[in-house]
Design a protein around this ligand. Sequence first.
Ligand code: GCU
Length: 622
Amino acid sequence: MKINTAITAAVLCFAAMQAAAQITAPTATPTPMTNVYGRNPQLLNGKWAAIIDPYDQGVPKEIYLDRTPQNDTEFFEYAFDGGMRLEVPSDWNSQMPELKYYEGTIWYARHLLVGEKASPREGQCATTVEMPREDERLFLCFGAVNYRCNVYLNGSRICSHEGGFTPFEVEIGDKLREGDNFLAVEVDNRRRTDAIPAMAFDWWNYGGITRDVMIVRTPKVYVRDYFLRLGKDGGNKILFSVDLSEAASREVTLEIGELGISKTLKTDGRGHGEAVFETKKLKLWAPEAPYLYDVRLTCDGATIEDRIGFRRVAVDGTKILVNGREVFLRSISFHEEIPQRMGRACTQADARMLLSEAKELGANTIRLAHYPQNEYTVRMAEEMGFILWEEIPIWQGIDFTDTATSDKAHGMLREMITRDRNRCAICLWGIANETRPSQARNAFLKSLLDEGKSIDTSRLFVAAFDNAYFIRENDRFEMDDDFARNLDVVAVNKYMGWYAAWPKDPATIRWEICTDKPLMISEFGGEALYGQHGNAHRASSWSEEYQAQLYADNLAMFANIPNLAGISPWILFDFRSPYRFHPTNQEGWNRKGLLSDRGQKKKAWYIIRDFYRTKRNEQSKK
Ligand code: GCU
């Protein structure tokens, strides 16, 4: 190719990229519909066609058109048919060795075949979809895509979404045609300074369509959102609110058979409806008795099934109360990762594995680190009786001065709360992890906290701080962070014996932090390579003995914290992290797990198991 032609081609290509970047496609529906799984969804899971696009050439080449040569001179330097395949849901990193560290763009594609005439071409990834009836709408719903994506249908970009851990949806019923419909999803997991999380975070940057993809059929006017919870006044009043997709007046029927509730209400002109039910024989949800009711909502012939529990959570001085009873949070954290598979947890079976290990440890609480995890995990945790702390990934290095970043954080908070506020097991919404005090950070978090409290007053709000220090002249731990007082529960991450040496005998150390509020130790621990044994007093041994001693010392210190309301060891399993460099002790793994990446119990596991047994026996006497 002559130089000037090449330059022209490059300029045209760059211009096309710029143009594509400026197409302001509609973003995903502002707040996705509640409880997609309860709406009889059609799953689009399985093998999807894929193209790796590290130089972002897919847009200038318009590969979302999926063109095939129509004459002898035409050719295209791409094809989805007969090419690479990726499993959905899953991360791409664990599916091919070449993708282990990949950060960039990958295109996923699938054909939606509508009507009897449509049949898949040889080797095509396709799903048959019924054309919506006149009185129906069709939505394409994603459980999550990490980190940002553009969705194209039949050559048009129909929505974009940013945020790797919350659901989004886009209406497609009015865009489908008889026959073949080409769906392409351009996914980009590159880290960016204005992203949440930002440029460096201590977990693997798993990219891809990491959760279920579903099609949901609804009437023209449907129930978009609803919220069922116990009134806060201590009685057995159930509060119900419902919002339709449109500002329309429709009859909505709520049935909770076991409670003898079957109520049809009419929404007002805004599409909003409310009701209050007095119930006599309500069985409350609690960790030791996680009772859930079958709930059914009907509107214009469409039914939504759910399972909902009722409980009250509150703070009384330094205590956390569930249903009026003080509860000590015997917590554990885990990432959304199956270490044995070195990949994202994304199925019911994955949820069961992680939660069964938490149950065996004796936990009654899970801090879902550090982002909203998939609905299988949240719903199963509720069925199994775990109190949940769920958070958005405001994790260290966030740019608190950037308004666009603040908007993203608010969007993630709304998507998390809208998705899960009917999950009574969630008692704590977490809004930040290890952020540094500043005027910008305080304003950013206060704005988040205000919005969270405006959406949901039935839960506590928390944030984890890592700026608690031992002040030698006062001979105690203190924390100078004026934002902490805005929260219902104050949480501190502190790695005594690991990132900080013991200033004195752990059993003599005192804490004086927000002593009028419940305090949770939301992270502590140290690293040990399973099966490695050595000096219990030398960190560089990376030994199980050192980790076990560290745990014993921390528990001795915690005994002196007057307002301690719970602890959460970091972390249940060893987990993958790109900046854990040690060649033999880490090899890209953070080894703070109580369990190895193979699920083997380290000595420290038994220390926490025994401590939680003691706390559970104390709890049963309260
Ligand atoms: C921090 C952070 C965790 C991280 C941990 C560690 O407290 O919250 O996400 O993994 O420390 O250093 O292991």
